[in-house]
Design a protein around this ligand. Structure first.
Ligand code: UD1
Ligand code: CA
Length: 471
């Protein structure tokens, strides 16, 4: 069966009170329009047409990464009926079913779209739509049914009588229309109260002509809500967040508090991973099996392999943390870093564009930037790779099994050979050969009795001052 889809996205979105086109507002890392398109891409569609309005440049730009989309241009937002009419050229030559969705309904699911198409075909409808029961029907179009329960028409809220306004079954804005019925669009009259051509009027028009129409109440409000205001966007964000967390919960990911976890829709999480409160998993992040992510962690576009532990208040960006590694608390792994298997990056350690070998430990207060660090290295507390000379970044190379004493500055470019030791408090400016000890600190001098003399001197000074005051 031939199937195409049209996404209506040319409206003004005035009720959002924002200069950003409505469908470009984001929830969970993606625009409303991207969410809708992502769901549509899961169906076998011959064509997807997005109707764009005066913001067409911005919208096209935002969809650069999406292939196989055609655009139809509705210069003036003259209503949803007019918007569909504007796709005439883009869908010319297509014969089959057209699935129409509003661009401001980002939570719609594949299941509901598929269920509509199944019912549409089974009942041999020419036009059908998805309805739902709204707790507050507000601005939605009301589904008017006859005594036998068949849909008769849709009445928009602003045109509804007081008794029609009480109807809780509303139109979701998802329709399946046979291409042969599109000629009915021309029969839609201008709605005088809004100055628009309502797509919803096609139901009444078809019904009057004896054309078979159907309305199926097959989805819930938290999936089918349309977003017209900032408040509705906030509500949709919550619905989406809850839905994603619930899905992962079903796949054996455990959460200490589901209400305070944010997971982007592209994230993947392995079984038996435990996630504490206030964790944000963003972008294309992949978390392995059996990991523990402690509170206040944000991970963006990163891979965390199996059984790694990310401790409290840690930020990881565009990096790879290999299996059984431990990062945090209070660590910052900046883009381009790789933390080796079983390695430990501890308290207040910042790693930037560096490779940390397996089993290596940097447990406290360090900056490791542009460094290539081997296996089983010990990085002492307070070690700093001085990678920037004010103009250029330079590389520090540290071989396997090196021991870097605390408070060392490694002035790059510099190499520390395998198995070498660097004494605590050293400033290393020259390469250190393998198995050598490098020391670069002043010799210690102990002056016997110095402190005692100082104290005695201090006492006699104080006595002099006192005597002066008395006299
Ligand atoms: C619409 C329906 C309403 C339904 C609700 C579901 C109409 C007349 N009403 O109302 O029955 O309950 O959706 O959420 O269709 N658009 C255009 N061109 C335009 C106007 C709108 O492309 O000239 C697009 C918008 O960008 C939006 C979609 O169509 O994505 C719906 O438009 P909107 O103004 O939000 O309609 P609602 O008032 O919500
Ligand atoms: Ca809407």
């Amino acid at each position: 069966m031939n199937l195409a889809s049209v996404v209506l996205a040319a409206g003004q979105g005035k009720r959002m009170n924002s200069s950003l086109p409505k469908v470009l507002h984001k929830l969970n890392g993606h625009t409303m329009l991207e969410h809708v398109l992502k769901t549509l891409h899961t169906l076998k569609l011959q064509k997807i047409v997005v109707v764009v309005g005066k913001h067409f440049q911005e919208i096209k730009e935002s969809l650069k990464a999406h292939q196989a989309i055609s655009f139809a241009h509705q210069k003036e937002a003259k209503g949803t009926g007019d918007a569909l009419l504007k796709t005439k050229k883009a869908i010319k030559g297509f014969h089959g079913t057209i699935l129409i969705v509003n661009g401001d309904s980002p939570l719609i699911t594949r299941d509901t779209l598929q269920n509509l198409l199944t019912l549409h075909r089974k009942k041999k409808d020419i036009i059908s739509l998805v309805s739902f029961i709204a707790t507050e029907p507000g601005s939605y179009g009301r589904v008017i049914r006859d005594a036998t329960g068949d849909i008769v028409s849709i009445i928009e809220n602003r045109d509804a009588t007081e008794s029609q306004k009480k109807i809780k079954e509303v139109n979701s804005g998802i329709y399946a229309i046979e291409s042969d019925a599109l000629h009915l669009l021309k029969k839609i009259p201008l709605n005088k109260s809004k100055g628009e051509y309502y797509l919803t009027d096609i139901i009444g028009i078809a019904k009057d002509k004896g054309i078979k129409v159907g309305a199926y109440c097959i989805g819930s409000e938290d999936e089918l809500m349309g977003i017209n205001t900032q408040e509705e966007l906030e509500l949709a964000k919550r619905f989406m967040k809850d839905r994603i967390v619930k899905e992962w919960g079903k796949r054996r990911v455990s959460f200490v508090d589901t209400s305070s976890v944010f997971i982007s829709s592209d994230v993947e999480i392995g079984k038996d991973t435990k996630i504490y409160p206030n964790v944000h998993l963003e972008g294309n992040t992949k978390i392995g099996k059996g990991c523990i992510i402690y509170p206040n962690v944000r991970i963006q576009n990163s891979i965390i392999e199996d059984r790694a532990v990310i401790k409290d208040s840690t930020l990881i960006e565009d990096s790879l943390v290999k299996e059984k590694a431990s990062v945090g608390p209070f660590a910052h792994i900046r883009p381009g870093s790789q933390i080796g298997a079983g390695a430990k990056i501890g308290n207040f350690v910042e790693v930037k564009k560096s490779v940390i070998g397996s089993g290596t430990k940097a447990s406290h207060l360090s900056y490791l930037g542009d460094a290539k660090i081997g296996k089983d290295v010990n990085i002492g507390a307070g070690t700093i790779t001085c990678n920037y000379d004010g103009y250029h970044k330079h590389i520090t190379v540290i071989g396997d099994k090196v021991f870097i004493g605390s408070d060392t500055q490694l002035v790059a470019p510099v190499k520390i050979g395998k198995g070498a030791y660097v004494g605590a408090g050293s400033t290393i400016t020259k390469d250190v050969p393998s198995m050598a000890l490098a020391l670069s600190r002043g010799h210690q001098q102990n002056i016997k009795g110095w402190a005692l003399k100082k104290k005695l001197k201090g006492k006699s000074e104080k006595l002099k001052v006192k005597k002066k005051l008395i006299w």
